[in-house]
Design a protein around this ligand. Structure first.
Ligand SMILES: Cc1cc2nc3c(=O)[nH]c(=O)nc-3n(C[C@H](O)[C@H](O)[C@H](O)COP(=O)(O)O)c2cc1C
Ligand SMILES: [Mn+2]
Length: 496
């Protein structure tokens, strides 16, 4: 299947009964965020807002959001049926991260239908919501794909990085040096140049999936999209730089970022992935020089904050792609016996143990990875008999397979970590001083102690029986005689 554009994606969702067109007039200030929160929490449809107050006559009138808000729709974006398992999608993503299909450059495309330059530009013409009640402004860069290029090698990176409208032509951004574009930024600064940047809104949903996920730093996200679709992405050259963007994107903003701190502007607060607001700070700014867009463009954005019971698009995306990233990191590090992985605030890894220190190897491999900056702060490793999708089973393992006074709990101090984690004191999240945040990380080793196992004739560990396991012969007898006992059991119901 070739890459699809956002209009084809919207049509696919409508066909599948997964889209609501909101024609009632709605306010970009607060109301759209509140609607989005309600719909995401209820795992409702993708939303296309067609009537936004104050945007009846602006060149951009429409906003599309929430399209990746459920696992079923992420499966549809991958070109699979709604019920495709996470494991299957994660394996698809892993294969794509290895063998990329490079993009092709075409002469022109719909994204060039309209071009604004210089003083014609006013970012406030785009219907950008104030997503969370106390955001510092209109966060224009949420579900977007930010394109930059390594000035030495020409390698292109595409990442999702937040940004807030400062005024008509400026966007302040959270540009962390550990991210893909951060490495490019440092190189441009060393040359005394500004960094060209292009921000893409609304194209193949898999570009957003790849841009926001932990694709290895030496792999271009465009190649991953190409590999997932089996056909190269079609790109066009930007107007003001050598950057390449999708030919059928809805909107592309082109600009430049300076390392000169005198050009910085306030960024934040913003409702972040942890469910907290971050503190406002002076941050680098995209100085917008050009905007290209399709006729009647549909802007794309997303609600960020997640907390227990408060879902968003990232959570649905990461349930696939972070799973893939973790499996990949562990395989590359040569960790044996990894059975399954459940990403989440606590990263759960299920293993079949054959050697001592296997759980520690899991944690060391993940923490050493370049992908770990914002992730994998708390890792829990369990054996094959613990159902990692059952929270009670995990609590049981936490209680009965962990001795808090032993080396089952390991704190790895002062590692590189995310700056948006509000449980860490501000001084330890000062990326301007530290280059990153500083995290103490926790491993909960809830695996059994191998010295308690016996080995079978093939040398495999066998564990003492659990008292909750019924002898299989007894169970067979009970099943055979069940009707004789006259015991009525209630229907099994879904327990929450
Ligand atoms: C909606 C969204 C917003 C994000 N905002 C930022 C951000 O502002 N800064 C950042 O460094 N990472 C942010 N991330 C995380 C990065 O996109 C993620 O770490 C990704 O792997 C970066 O790709 P890269 O390795 O090419 O930099 C965001 C992710 C999502 C999904
Ligand atoms: Mn990257």
């Amino acid at each position: 299947m070739r890459c699809i554009d956002q209009r084809e994606w919207i049509a696919m969702l409508e066909e599948a009964g997964e889209l609501a067109r909101v024609r009632a007039p709605v306010d970009w200030k607060g109301e759209i965020g509140a609607i989005s929160r309600r719909v995401l929490n209820a795992q409702g449809p993708a939303l296309l807002f067609e009537n936004i107050l104050g945007h009846e006559k602006t060149w951009c009138r429409k906003l599309f959001t929430g399209s990746l808000g459920t696992p079923a729709r992420v499966a549809l974006a991958f070109g699979r049926s709604k019920s495709t398992s996470r494991r299957e999608l994660a394996e698809m993503f892993r294969r794509a991260m290895r063998g990329g299909v490079p993009p092709v450059v075409v002469r022109s495309g719909p994204v060039k239908e309209n071009i604004l330059r210089g003083d014609e530009i006013d970012l406030n013409a785009i219907p950008v919501p104030v997503w969370h009640p106390y955001d510092g402004g209109r966060y224009i860069n949420t579900m977007c794909s930010v394109v930059t290029r390594d000035p030495d090698t020409g390698f292109i990176n595409v990442g999702t990085y937040r940004g807030m409208i400062v005024d008509a032509r400026r966007i302040s951004v959270l540009l962390l040096l550990g991210a893909g574009w951060g490495g490019h930024f440092v190189k441009y600064a060393e040359r005394g140049e500004e960094m060209p940047v292009a921000v893409v809104y609304g194209w193949d949903p898999l570009l957003d999936v790849c841009a926001g996920s932990q694709v290895p730093h030496d792999v271009c996200e465009y190649d991953v999209v190409g590999a997932l679709r089996g056909e190269p992405a079609e790109l066009v050259k930007c107007e003001t730089s050598e950057l390449l963007v999708p030919a059928s994107a809805e909107i592309v903003i082109e600009g430049f970022i300076s390392r000169d701190s005198r050009t910085f502007a306030m960024e934040g607060p913003f409702g972040e992935y942890s469910g907290y607001y971050g503190e406002p700070r002076p941050r680098p700014v995209i100085r917008v020089e050009c905007i290209t867009y399709r006729d009647d463009p549909i802007y794309r954005g997303s609600l960020e904050g997640v907390a227990p019971g408060a879902l968003n698009e990232d959570a649905a995306i990461y349930s696939i792609t972070t799973k893939a990233a973790i499996l990949d990191v562990l395989e590359r590090a040569g960790v044996r016996g990894v059975l399954d992985v459940r990403p989440g605030p606590v990263t759960v890894v299920q293993i079949r143990q054959t050697y001592n220190g296997q759980a520690k190897q899991v944690a060391c491999a993940l923490w050493a990875s370049a992908s770990a900056e914002h992730f994998w702060k708390v890792i829990m490793v369990v054996d094959e008999d613990v159902d990692i999708y059952n929270d009670r089973a995990l609590h049981w393992a936490l209680c009965y397979r962990v001795n808090p006074a032993s080396d089952d709990l390991v704190v790895m101090p002062a590692t590189r970590g995310g700056v948006l984690d509000q449980s860490i004191p501000l001084a330890r999240r000062d990326d301007t001083m530290l280059g990153t945040g500083s995290w103490n990380r926790l491993l909960i080793d809830a695996t059994r102690d191998l010295s308690q196992a016996k080995r079978d004739h093939l040398g495999r560990p066998t564990w003492p029986p659990m008292s909750t396991e019924v002898d299989p012969e007894e169970m067979a007898r009970v099943e055979r005689r069940w009707n004789e006992y006259g015991i009525a059991l209630p229907q099994k119901s879904e327990r929450r």
